[in-house]
Design a protein around this ligand. Structure first.
Ligand code: XMP
Length: 521
């Protein structure tokens, strides 16, 4: 279990709601450190030892109408701490404290309105008695009898106890989801809970995190040597700079160029880390080896496997040359940590195997240093800025580990890589010039394995077609295509066809995810 920084911390017990991470986001945005733990992994004693100022019970897909429904450990209600139950959390709380939960014939999904009928510290200064407010509901069952000590604070059409509270014991329960943006005042209600009710002072900032993380890295590593893989992406870059701040030259960064990076990217990484940050950096150009392993491979998963295995081999060789490292640093983020401890387990179908270098730590028998494992992606960006990393790196679109290999459907050759790099660079250049880069989650070109007939000047061409992709998204799980003006797309197409000899046709991909995925492979 991780040691939480900061004195004020809130524990979120997860019952598997798709919104649980958003609860953590809202709490942290109000300056309070929090962690999510599966409801069934901590005993009452462990929870007490973690010293939360308050506990939040998340929503979840289970039913509290039967005795088998998941419940938080009973001591949660006996520690004198404020407890907030959200949706399923409300039902579990009601069922455990002597109320009644029943299936409802009036299911509420999506937008609903609550009417405030009472007073409570939870709505204090936000909602007044008699007012109606928009909330986001997603439930079938509902509480039909409140436990002793609870009073109704708000009602909705489908939920007689949209908010109920036992002010004396500081137990609060809401049927709706205050953590989603469709409950416009939700963040304020959560803030009332953490600040006014639980007394958190909201002093958790990225500067605090940085200082504490540096200290923790020093404590963990001592005089040991650490190696860290750099990919040019945000997470590994921020991890490297943070660790370097903590232990200086005890860190060696290893940058393996697999030859599948975008135009100019490898030089940029070397310049920034070796020249600007003075981080000891090994730059291994292994592109020939990777291309050799990929020769004739056209299946997307086979590409990922070949790249992952080769990466591990090369990394291992470089680490052996450095010698004596005890620790391997990784830019693991909080969502990966939550996913891997989730009590429901991950998704049952593998759409794409993203964990490209998953086998590395086991193979190398190194201890892990993961200084970002408590942070969400956008918090990593804030930390990156705090550490002085340039905006061009911190705000960079995500880039997949297998790189351009999964943007060339079919077999990969160095000629195709060259065409794709040039088309992609033009596309991104135009996006930046139009000021659209930050409005887009990911934008890239894909080189299609088809050649088409064209006419340029007086001559016939028979060249490759390329597709442009740009999507908006908040987490990469779902995505919409970006609605570029036609005139912008026309400009990019003209430039690519004029400047990249070998491409004579450009298309724009307007598939959303689902049913498509962001990458083509
Ligand atoms: P998809 O294509 O699954 O992509 O909609 C979702 C996000 O994941 C990235 N992606 C990968 N990242 N290794 C990675 O490190 C991979 O094999 C991989 N495949 C997709 C993709 O760029 C998007 O951000």
């Amino acid at each position: 279990m991780t040691v939480a920084p900061g004195a004020d911390r809130v524990l979120i017990l997860d019952f598997g709601s798709q919104f649980t991470q958003l609860i953590a986001r809202r709490v942290r945005e109000s300056g309070v450190y929090c962690e999510i733990h599966p409801y069934n992994r901590m005993s009452g004693a462990e929870i007490a030892a973690w010293r939360p100022r308050a506990i939040i019970l998340s929503g979840g897909p289970a039913s509290a109408t039967t005795a088998e429904g998941p419940r938080p450990p009973q001591p949660v209600y006996e520690m004198g701490l404020p407890v907030l139950g959200i949706c399923y959390g409300q039902q579990a709380m009601a069922a455990q404290l002597g109320g009644l939960v029943e299936p409802s014939d009036h299911r509420e999904f999506g937008r609903a309105f609550v009417e405030v009928t009472g007073k409570s510290a939870l709505v204090d200064g936000v909602w007044q008695k008699g007012e109606r407010h928009q909330v986001w509901m997603s439930h079938g069952d509902r509480v039909t009898r409140l436990p002793k000590g609870f009073e109704v604070v708000a009602v909705s059409e489908g939920a007689p106890f949209a908010i109920a509270a036992d002010e004396a014991r500081r137990f609060y329960s809401v049927m709706f989801h205050p953590e989603v943006v469709h409950t416009p005042d939700g963040a304020k209600l959560l803030r009332n809970f953490t600040h006014k009710i639980a007394g958190c002072c909201g002093d958790w900032t990225m500067a605090t995190f940085r200082a504490q993380a540096v200290q923790r890295i020093r404590d963990q590593v001592g005089k040991g040597r650490v190696i860290c893989g750099l990919s040019g992406g945000v997470d590994s870059s921020v991890a490297a700079v943070l660790i370097h701040e903590a232990i200086g030259a005890q860190l060696t960064a290893v940058f393996i160029d697999h030859g599948l990076l975008r135009q100019g990217e490898a030089d940029e990484v070397v310049r920034l880390f070796r020249d600007h940050y003075n981080i000891p950096l090994i730059h291994r150009d292994a592109s020939a080896m990777f291309l050799g392993q990929l020769d004739g491979v056209s299946d997307p998963e086979a590409k990922r496997k070949a790249i992952g295995a080769t990466f591990i081999d090369v990394f291992d060789q470089e680490a052996a040359k450095i010698g004596g490292a005890e620790f391997l640093a990784q830019g693991t983020l909080y969502p990966d940590v939550i996913e891997s401890v989730s009590f429901t387990g991950g998704p049952s179908v593998t759409i794409k195997s993203h964990h490209n270098v998953g086998g590395l730590p086991e193979r190398m028998k190194l201890k892990l240093v993961e200084p970002l494992r408590e942070l969400f992606k956008d918090e990593v960006r804030v930390l990156g800025r705090e550490l002085g990393l340039p905006d061009s790196l911190v705000g960079r679109h995500p880039f997949p580990g297998p790189g351009l290999a999964i943007r060339i459907p079919g077999a990969i050759t160095s000629d195709k890589l060259d065409l794709l790099r040039r088309a992609d660079a033009i596309y991104l250049d135009e996006i930046r010039k139009a000021g659209l880069y930050d409005a887009i989650w990911q934008a890239f070109a894909v080189l299609l394995p088809v050649r088409t007939v064209g006419v340029m000047g007086d001559g016939r061409t028979y060249d490759f077609a390329c597709a442009l992709r740009a999507v908006t998204s908040t987490d990469g799980m779902t995505a919409d295509y970006y609605p570029f003006p036609h005139e912008f797309l026309g400009r990019v197409a003209t430039r690519i066809i004029n400047e990249v000899r070998g491409i004579n046709r450009v298309t724009y991909d307007i598939t959303s995810k689902p049913p498509g995925t962001i990458e083509w492979e």
